[in-house]
Design a binder for this molecule. Structure first.
Ligand code: SAH
Length: 234
């Protein structure tokens, strides 16, 4: 196996590659720039019913993924390749472009996908898992969150984005959102493309984009804006 490794620990192995087999990530997968290694957590259950979950200690609804089974899956993955372990969880630290870019520079990532009410905390702590969240929403499982993380990392791998697709000017890379985009037709349902974009004046276009990016960030993401202004005033 070559390239950046995305190792997935999941109860739903058939969900992969799924969307990661399409478009940019899919082409890169085919080209061998990265590869997938999917481990079925259920395969590490030891009893004849292949039990992977049990009721929550302390009571309450739902089920919790068992530490012994999850640990066996993590350890088997590590035997193959030692990768940073990212645990998908709404309780985790919000994923950032900065973190994704750092992961893209490494050997790859092991992604542990939760189901039910989540995973026994002891196994996350004992195996040094880094809990990350893809937003303040609750998904039904970690697979889609893991796909989001992998997609974001894969597009940054060398050779994945063409010359026409730059990661340098994107949202978050400079601490603010990207400027809004427009394309032909020039007039659509009576709405015009901002004239400066058609002026051919690169200096003016750049200034306009910068202003739009700052304005939009201020209004849409006051949290980003506060950090950005604190940094630029340093
Ligand atoms: N009871 C948990 C939610 C469990 S959702 C709680 O309230 O915190 C089941 C699984 O989906 C989680 O274990 C996690 O792997 C995944 N998941 C749900 N929302 C997520 C999010 N915002 N980011 C990353 N993973 C998430």
């Amino acid at each position: 196996m070559t390239g950046w490794c995305a190792q997935i620990l999941t109860l739903y192995p058939d969900m992969f590659p799924g969307p990661l087999g399409q478009s940019l990530a899919g082409k890169a997968l085919e080209a061998g720039i990265w590869h997938l290694d999917v481990l079925d957590i259920r395969g590490f259950a030891r009893d004849k019913h292949r039990t992977v979950d049990d009721t929550p200690a302390g009571g309450g609804p739902g089920m919790v993924m068992k530490p012994d089974v999850v640990a066996a899956a993590i350890d088997a993955g590590r035997e193959k390749q030692d990768l940073p372990l990212l645990v998908m969880s709404p309780r985790g630290r919000p994923l950032s472009q900065e973190r994704v870019a750092a992961l893209a520079e490494g050997p790859g990532v092991a992604v542990l996908c939760g189901r039910f009410e989540g995973i026994d905390q002891r196994v996350i702590d004992a195996r040094g898992g880094e809990e990350v969240s893809v937003g303040d929403v609750v998904l039904s499982g970690g697979e889609i969150a893991g796909m989001a993380l992998i997609d974001a990392a894969v597009r940054l791998l060398p050779g994945v984005m063409g010359a026409g697709q730059s990661a340098e000017e994107e949202s978050f890379t400079n601490g603010i959102l990207e400027y809004p985009q427009y394309t032909r037709p020039q007039s659509w349902e009576g709405h015009e493309i901002p004239p400066v974009l058609l002026s051919g004046h690169h200096g003016e276009i750049e200034k306009w984009r910068r202003r739009q990016a700052e304005q939009d960030t201020k209004v849409r993401r006051p949290d980003l804006w506060a950090r950005y202004t604190a940094k630029t005033n340093d």
